[in-house]
Write a protein that binds this ligand. Sequence first.
Ligand code: ADP
Ligand code: ZN
Length: 594
Amino acid sequence: MDPKQRQFSIWYMFIALWGLMLIQMFLPSFFNPTEIPYSEFKEAVAAGTVTEVSVSTHVIHGKMKDDKNFNTIRIEDPDLLRNLAQRQIKVTGVIESTLIRDLLSWIVPIALFFGVWWFLLRRMGQSQGFMTVGQSKAKIYMDKETKVTFADVAGVDEAKQELEEVIEFLKTPEKFSRLGGKIPKGILLVGPPGTGKTLLAKAVAGEASVPFFSISGSEFVEMFVGVGAARVRDLFEQAKGKAPCIIFIDELDALGKARGVGPMAHEEREQTLNQLLVEMDGFDSRVGVILMAATNRPEILDPALLRAGRFDRHVLVDRPDKPGRLAILKVHARNIILGNQADLETIAAMTPGFVGADLANLLNEAALLAVRRGKDTVGMAELQEAVERVVAGLEKRNRVLNKMEKERVAHHEVGHALVALAIPGMDAVHKISIIPRGIAALGYTMQLPTEDRFLMTYSELKNKIAVLLGGRAAEEVIYGEVSTGAQDDLRKATDIAKSMIKVYGMSEKLGQVSLERDRQPLFLQTMPSQTPADYSEQTSREIDCEIRELIDEQYARARGLIKTQEPLLRNAAQVLLGKETITGEELKALAASL
Ligand code: ADP
Ligand code: ZN
């Protein structure tokens, strides 16, 4: 159940409870006779309209001539019996028993309540295509048929190839067990978020047409001590009953973090992790249960998880390259109607670094734009705009900058572009804009790499820093002082400089050493590593100096480049202020005309 649905069901519960309270309040008055004051009762007796009464300890129940029932509270009244006898009214005594009524008034609402609850849960379960196993709050999901196939997963051919064998095994476990072949028990899918790890695991289940059990590591963290371990036991129990099948643990790192690491060793997590290890050792993969897990931070996993017989097979699910992106775009384009001139290949070329989820999002975004514009098909214009949206966050035309701010932003952005143009071999400037995007960016300069890059040289990294600092340098050249608008640029430039010196050994003074442990390769990087420094204070100071020197040097360079092109800068900024966006081509033409 995702949080939204959970909230939904809580609302239902409230409504049900409220309904029950209403019933409790009004139901009795439907069936019970009218209540009358004792005095009225006495008058009725005197008038002879009462035909019979039954007297119990607290209540007198009776019937009028017109067959109306009534109740009245019994009051100590010595004359009552005499009066009744005088009128020859039939009198019976009753030993009071409200047991049945009490029981009914409790049991019926409770039964009703659980009935409604059960019904809702079941309905929700159905609509999700999942069967929630165990208690209602169980977080194990089972999908009898995932209906996802390898055709739905694109751009990860190597990973698919490695998983072929697993599918083969799940289809005919007998064959493998007969031949005694060794089948991996645990397969760890490693890669950045959104690259399709979950999708891939589902596809394996779909291809082999076996059930798919899934659970997320992060959900264990909030549980009470002991519950997580029980759930793991439960999960394996269920899965063994349905073998052959796949168990998928998403976000394994949340639960499999190295034990005893972190500010506070998390007892619950450790128990859960231990239980997982026990279960993994306890079953023989020949029963046909394959465990798959996904993580983007394999380096923080407890080493015990990675030992032989556990998650010993690792499959890299990396960001897709250009052909991969094209293939993914094609998969998702099945759901939308593309115009004739829509060229997915160009889009694939524009989107290095995008993962599958981004690409799916991009096409969705483009389709929405087309609908909004009342078009029948999704055209190139929508696709391109969608790329920009995904790249830079949503367009926010309604943010109002005053005229001076706008001018400054224009000069700033042109500054980036001019430095990029002036340095040979830099990524081509695609477009410059002063339309604010997202929360942070007041404008942007978009450079498009001509190809995917996996290696960068020393001078390329320095060039990148120079381009990042070009914005601030332009502000200084034009206005004589800088502004806060360069915050993000500075952060990025500092990050690059830091990596150059600490990770890639690019500092002459510090030498060819990597001063940062556990650093993922650049293309896998998601978060800065948090291991404490293991170098001296002296080195630390030198690092700071080196970073500073590198940045200063590039800033001076950017400033110099811009200073020599000041007329172009002023000119281009004016054009940009008028048009809000200019392309790289237009900027080049402007440069040529000056
Ligand atoms: P992960 O588990 O790696 O974070 P998901 O499998 O949850 O990523 O991917 C999210 C969504 O992005 C998928 O449901 C799918 O629509 C899309 N997607 C991601 N990778 C791919 C891919 N390689 N091919 C096709 N679609 C993909
Ligand atoms: Zn900038």
